[in-house]
Design a protein. Structure first.
Length: 459
């Protein structure tokens, strides 16, 4: 700046306006205008958890020391996070091109005391919230507005939270699947470590280990060990392969997101060692969008195979159990609609799993001629994961109901312990009643302590 050099975003305009030189006395105005004009999001506000994630991730990216921003500006962002002053960030409006420009601009808008924030569950003006929290709004200096809005921290925050849930649910899938195997009087032979070692994908090894552990000591399994049945259907027999493939996809996505979380992602980057300011493309969301799409496909597949296990248990043509797992079938419909609901969720996942990252619409007068759509991939993953949680909850409802018809035989110790906890929130189905409250209670149970304690013991 002192030498009068023309440097993108510091002494010039942005995007197509990169050729427009900005006078030194208007550089602060330039940065403020950038934040205001780019705060163009629409739709519902992101969750508080997602916004907290964005703030922490943005601060961490700036802390790499390549962004040309004052330490005090980053510290103010962290003060806001600590004081629960959370910018109101609309969920739509980013294509993941020059980063998540619109969402991050809403974040930066609150930092300068403009726009709305949520504090203590209430929406208030940012200026008021900052004053109440005794935080001074930032007056942006050269480069600071641009440093705050470049990068895909919205994509990583929303996608990362969904991925963390998906990783946990991959273990819940082993748990629900083990219960279904026993309820269907299936075989654990396919989980033999020798079989899995012959095709040693890490996820399959972990999933098979979990299934063996969960089924060990089951009286139900021992009751039919010599029945002569050779093979189960794929939804039971191929759980290590399918669950394991999803686990491996999630592990790959996690590695990419963790690298992204600890990267400098704005443009241009400042290399103070030699005094260089270099324009690049680290803001592009392709690495994030691709793996979030991959994770969504994997989560959709977990829900798909779970729904097939549900169908096996409620369909008398596929099991030796009463139709729809109820006595006096005909007078009572039992759990008929549980499978229908699961099928609807799985079908919705098929649409949500269509990759966002295969699309690109040029923006900014074609200066940004290839964009990633990573934030759309992140939001779609969240939807798939929520549907997966409901499908696994439905599988638990069905599997534990099926076991009622196998009494006095008991499953393994871990599965029986979980069943007892489950029965405290969802009663045995003896006659038709409204099913929706049971499904809602089961969904809450999936996220609860009883499942978490058991999941914590699994690989």
């Amino acid at each position: 700046m002192a030498n009068g050099e023309r440097i993108y975003g510091i002494t010039t305009g942005f995007g197509t306006f990169a050729d427009v030189a900005i006078p030194p006395d208007r550089l602060t105005e330039l940065q403020r205008n950038l934040v205001r004009s780019h705060a163009a999001g629409v739709g519902d506000a992101l969750s508080d958890a997602a916004v907290r994630g964005m703030m922490a991730l943005r601060a961490n990216a700036l802390a790499r020391g390549r962004s040309g921003i004052r330490v005090s500006t980053v510290e103010t962002l962290l003060e806001m996070l600590g004081a629960d002053v959370l910018p109101l960030v609309p969920e739509k409006g980013s294509v993941g091109a020059s980063g998540d420009l619109a969402p991050l601009a809403h974040l930066a808008l609150a930092l300068i005391g403009e726009g709305n924030v949520r504090r203590g569950g209430h929406v208030v003006r940012a200026a008021r919230a900052l004053k109440d929290a005794r935080i001074s709004p930032v007056t942006l200096e050269a480069k600071e507005g641009l440093a705050l809005v470049n990068g895909v921290q919205m994509s990583v925050a929303v996608g990362g939270l969904a991925l963390a849930r998906a990783i946990r649910l991959s273990r819940v899938a082993d748990l629900a699947g083990a219960a279904s195997v026993d309820a269907a009087r299936g075989s654990d032979a396919a989980f033999d470590p020798r079989v899995i070692a012959a095709r040693p994908h890490p996820g399959a090894i972990a999933s098979a280990r979990n299934l063996r552990k969960l089924l060990a000591g089951s009286a139900i399994r021992e009751s039919h060990r010599g029945c002569g049945k050779v093979q189960d259907n794929y939804a039971l027999r191929c759980m290590p392969q399918v669950h394991g493939a999803a686990r491996d996809a999630f592990a790959h996505a996690r590695g990419v997101l963790e690298r992204e979380m600890n990267s400098a992602t704005d443009n241009p980057l400042v290399f103070a060692e030699k005094g260089d300011v270099v324009s690049g493309g680290n803001f592009h969301g392709a690495p994030v969008g691709l793996v979030l799409d991959y994770a969504a496909i994997a989560a959709a597949d977990l829900a798909s195979i779970s729904e097939r296990r549900i169908e096996k248990l409620v369909n008398p043509a596929l099991s030796d159990l009463p139709a729809f797992l109820v006595e006096e079938g005909g007078l009572h419909s039992g759990l008929m609609m549980a499978q229908v609901t699961a099928a609807a969720l799985v079908s919705e996942n098929k649409a949500l799993a269509h990759p966002a990252s295969v699309d690109s619409i040029p923006t900014s007068a074609a200066r940004e001629d290839h964009v990633s759509m990573s934030p759309i991939a992140a939001r779609k993953l969240s939807g798939v994961v929520e549907n997966l949680a409901f499908v696994l909850a439905i599988e638990l409802v069905v599997a534990f109901q099926a076991m009622e018809f196998l009494r006095p035989l008991a499953s393994s110790r871990p599965i029986e312990g979980l069943r007892r906890s489950f029965r405290r929130v969802v009663d045995r189905w003896t006659a038709d009643r409204e099913l929706a409250p049971d499904l809602a209670a089961a969904r809450t149970f999936v996220d609860g302590d009883a499942v978490s304690r058991l999941v914590a013991t699994l690989a």
